[in-house]
Each structure stands twice: as structure tokens, then as C-alpha cells.
Design a protein around this ligand. Structure first.
Ligand SMILES: NC(=O)C1=CN([C@@H]2O[C@H](COP(=O)(O)OP(=O)(O)OC[C@H]3O[C@@H](n4cnc5c(N)ncnc54)[C@H](OP(=O)(O)O)[C@@H]3O)[C@@H](O)[C@H]2O)C=CC1
Ligand SMILES: N[C@@H](CC=O)C(=O)O
Ligand code: NA
Length: 405
């Protein structure tokens, strides 16, 4: 396979530090070990408690988790920053792979990039928070030439970010827009915002990305594919949420999926790839109009286990939503939209007719993302498949690593 990828003995080597070895990180180690011959050398593995480091490569054994747990070294991002920067030299590059969902790691991307260290990550935090950090990342990358790649932040391994970048780069230009944002207090515990975007009369002429819509959350997809089939009865809401967590689809805290923030983050990430929308959400995903499914009494519970334990108290509310949809011959799906023409960026629980593709075409943790553009005018370009889970997410990270080679 390496031969098919064009990896030869003269290919540069890439020193890779993997921060975060949970579900996705551990699977990435496995996928990296399977690539032979490989231009990658894993020089560091770290969790929130410990760190392994060797500048020549660790060659982790089958038992690397025990080695890591007993390393006796605390994780230290500033140590990694210094060490990785020192490894960048002719014929040799260095990469930080962030498989955490930590803000503190995301905040350091500009520092790594500025020192010539590439950043590859499925962590959505840096690209969906305030615009300042995002612009520092763009600036640092431009300054040093080091790249940041984040395909797995939207749709896990599905080619969503690369597809949108290609559409934009090849001239499916987006209309120039003026944007205003109004916020009103939340009625469901999450942010409720209105993003009003007015098309500029002097808009650039040419091909257009007019709308991106879809089911962007593997967790929400799994939950509603199982919970709302259009037929009477079915499992309790809380039980399908627990299974989604056991299958590794949820964020470390499942409330980050159920409050819609994960979808809002993905919509923010995509919006920023459309040049005219880049500054539409100056302070990030909180400004996306988002429907939270968290019962107010469960807001702010810090422990994911406690949250899951209490969720059954609210099953009757979700039963009612399901029954209301059935009365209309519909199913429930949690969808997102970036509607460039009408100026709407929104994540919401919607009812769809039982014949709609969101009702008929999705199973498991499937995401479906439809790109409406001028070129794909009559029928959208559609990307569909599993949008969460360790194997497909690590594949998205791995494909970004291979893009560096
Ligand atoms: N799971 C999925 O389907 C998908 C996940 N993602 C994203 O991938 C990332 C990882 O997800 P997942 O593997 O499921 O999450 P896990 O909770 O399984 O793993 C997170 C890992 O990060 C480690 N960690 C947390 N903080 C730090 C820190 N400061 N320094 C070093 N390590 C740290 C944790 O360490 P410890 O074990 O010690 O707690 C843990 O090993 C997240 O950003 C998620 O949003 C994206 C697409 C799909
Ligand atoms: N929790 C997320 C994981 C991928 O981004 C999801 O369910 O989609
Ligand atoms: Na993706």
C-alpha cells in the first residue's frame, strides 16, 4: 500500500507526537503501526496523566498502554513544543497530532505552527471558538509553511472538509455577504441566536456554494435512526443515548452532543472555509442558532456518568416528541444548515416525511452532507457514511497525515 501512496525510501521522515490516546488516539497508533514501510516515527504518546518520548521513535509495543501508564513522566505540552521544533530540519519534519478535546492543547496550535511543526487533529475546539485563535492559526501556518489539517473534525473520515475546500478553490465562489448577529435569551438552556446575513448587491459573479445541509452528528444520527423510525413504540431515548456512548460516538461528555454544540461547532468550521462567511461568527459556535435537547434540570452536570444515570427521568418528554412526529407521518432528525443565500446557520431538531433521504438513507452513525452549489445546481453533491467511531475518525486523521507526505 505504501508503494501505491508513493512512499519510497527517499521520502522524508515525519516525527509524530500523539497527544491523546483515548478511543481515536489508540486506533490511530494501530493504523500508523500497520503502514509499512512508513515515513512516520511516533516520538511521543501522551494521555492526561503521562507521557512517553524518544526523539528517534518509540516503536510502541503491543503493550504501549502499560508502558505509557508506568512512564513516570507527566504530560508537558511546552516540553513537546521545544522538542518537536528542534526535530524540524532538512529531510525531517515534525507533526503534533491532537486527539484530545482539550482547549489547552488547541490554544497552542499557533505556537507549534509558528515553529514549523504541522498540526493534524480531529479536535474541533480551535476551529470553532473565537475568530482570534482561528486567525492566529492561519497566520502562523502562512508564516512558517507548516500545515494544519482537520478533516476528521467534520464527518470523521468522510471527505467533507477536503470537498468543500476543493469546491471553493476551484471557483465555486461564495457570494460576498454582510452579516449581523442578534442574540436572545435561551428558552431551552442553550444559546438561541439569529444570524441574519444580507446578500451584498455587488456580489462577486461566478459559481456559488449556496447551501450546505445535512446530518452532521454521528451521535444524533444514531439516536434518532434508532429512536424515531416512524413506527409506534421503540426504545427509550435514554437507552439509545447510552448505546451511542458505548459505541464511542459521543464526545467525552455526551451532553456536548445533546446540547447541539457539536453540530454548531461543525457548522462554524465549515462556514469559515467559505471566505465571505469567515467572520460571520466572530466568537464562534455559540453564535449558531442551536436547539439543545438537554432537559433544563440536567444542565451543567459535570460528570458524563451522572448525566447518563439521570437521563431516564426525562424519557416521557422524548416519547411525546416521537408521538407528535408519528401523527404527522414524520420522523425526527437533528440537522444542520449553512444557508449562504438566505443567511441562516442553524442546528435544530426537525420533523421529516418518512420518504425524505434523512429518514430513508441513514443508518447507524451515518452523516449525510449535501453541498448545493452552482455547478451541482440541479442535484447536490452528497457525502454520506459513518460519521463517528474510532476506526473512521482515526482514518480521517491518518489521511491528513498522508497528505503531508
Ligand atoms: N469518537 C468519535 O467518533 C470522534 C471524535 N472526534 C474528536 O476526536 C477527539 C478524541 O475523541 P475520543 O478519542 O473519542 O475521546 P476520548 O475521551 O476517548 O480520548 C481523549 C484522550 O485525550 C486525553 N487528554 C485529555 N486532555 C489531555 C491533555 N491535556 N494532554 C494529553 N492528553 C489529554 C485523554 O486522556 P485520559 O485517558 O488520561 O483521560 C484521552 O486519552 C475529540 O476531540 C473528539 O471530538 C472527532 C470525530 C469523531
Ligand atoms: N460526537 C461526535 C463525534 C464526531 O465528531 C458525533 O457524534 O458526531
Ligand atoms: Na471528515
Amino acid at each position: 500500500m505504501a508503494h501505491l501512496l508513493g512512499i519510497t525510501s527517499t521520502t522524508k521522515t515525519f516525527r509524530v507526537a500523539i497527544v491523546g490516546v483515548g478511543l481515536v488516539g489508540a486506533e490511530l497508533v494501530k493504523q500508523l503501526q500497520a503502514l509499512q514501510p512508513s515515513p512516520f516515527r511516533i516520538v511521543s504518546l501522551s494521555s492526561s496523566k503521562s507521557l512517553l518520548y524518544h526523539p528517534d521513535g518509540l516503536s510502541p509495543s503491543e503493550d504501549w498502554k502499560t508502558e505509557l501508564a508506568s512512564s513516570g513522566r507527566r504530560p508537558d505540552l511546552h516540553f513537546l513544543l521545544r522538542e518537536l521544533a528542534a526535530l524540524v530540519k532538512p529531510g525531517q519534519e515534525a507533526v503534533l497530532v491532537d486527539n484530545t478535546s482539550a482547549n489547552e492543547v488547541a490554544a497552542l496550535y499557533p505556537s507549534f505552527l509558528r515553529l514549523g511543526v504541522h498540526v493534524v487533529t480531529p479536535n474541533k475546539k480551535a476551529f470553532s471558538a473565537g475568530l482570534e485563535l482561528y486567525e492566529q492559526i492561519l497566520g502562523a501556518s502562512l508564516e512558517s509553511g507548516a500545515r494544519f489539517l482537520n478533516e476528521a473534525t467534520v464527518g470523521a473520515g468522510l471527505p467533507v472538509i477536503s470537498t468543500l475546500k476543493d469546491l471553493v478553490a476551484t471557483g465555486d465562489k461564495v457570494r460576498s455577504l454582510s452579516v449581523s448577529v442578534f442574540l436572545s435569551p435561551a428558552d431551552s438552556g442553550g444559546w438561541e441566536g439569529w444570524l441574519s446575513v444580507c446578500a451584498d448587491a455587488d456580489a462577486e459573479r461566478g459559481a456559488q456554494v449556496t447551501k450546505i445541509e445535512g446530518v452532521f452528528s454521528g451521535t444524533m444520527s444514531y439516536i434518532f435512526n434508532e429512536f424515531s423510525t416512524g413506527k409506534e413504540g421503540g426504545p427509550n431515548f435514554s437507552s439509545v443515548v447510552s448505546v451511542a456512548r458505548e459505541k464511542g460516538y459521543t464526545e467525552p461528555h455526551p451532553a456536548d452532543d445533546l446540547n447541539g454544540a457539536d453540530v454548531a461547532r461543525k457548522l462554524t468550521i465549515l462556514s469559515r472555509l467559505i471566505p465571505s462567511l469567515r467572520s460571520a461568527l466572530p466568537d464562534g459556535y455559540q453564535f449558531v442558532s442551536t436547539k439543545s435537547l438537554i432537559p433544563p434540570a440536567l444542565e451543567g452536570i459535570e460528570s458524563g456518568d451522572e448525566f447518563i444515570r439521570r437521563l431516564p427521568e426525562f424519557d416521557a418528554q422524548f416519547d411525546q416528541l416521537r408521538a407528535d412526529a408519528i401523527k404527522e407521518g414524520k420522523v425526527l432528525r437533528y440537522a444542520g444548515v449553512v444557508d449562504v443565500q438566505n443567511g441562516v446557520i442553524k442546528a435544530d431538531l426537525e420533523k421529516y416525511p418518512a420518504t425524505h433521504p434523512f429518514a430513508t438513507a441513514l443508518g447507524g452513525s451515518d452523516n449525510i452532507i449535501m453541498f448545493h452549489t452552482e455547478r451541482y445546481g440541479a442535484r447536490p453533491l452528497v457525502v454520506q457514511g459513518a460519521g463517528a467511531g474510532a476506526a473512521v475518525t482515526a482514518m480521517g486523521v491518518m489521511s491528513d497525515l498522508l497528505k503531508l507526505v
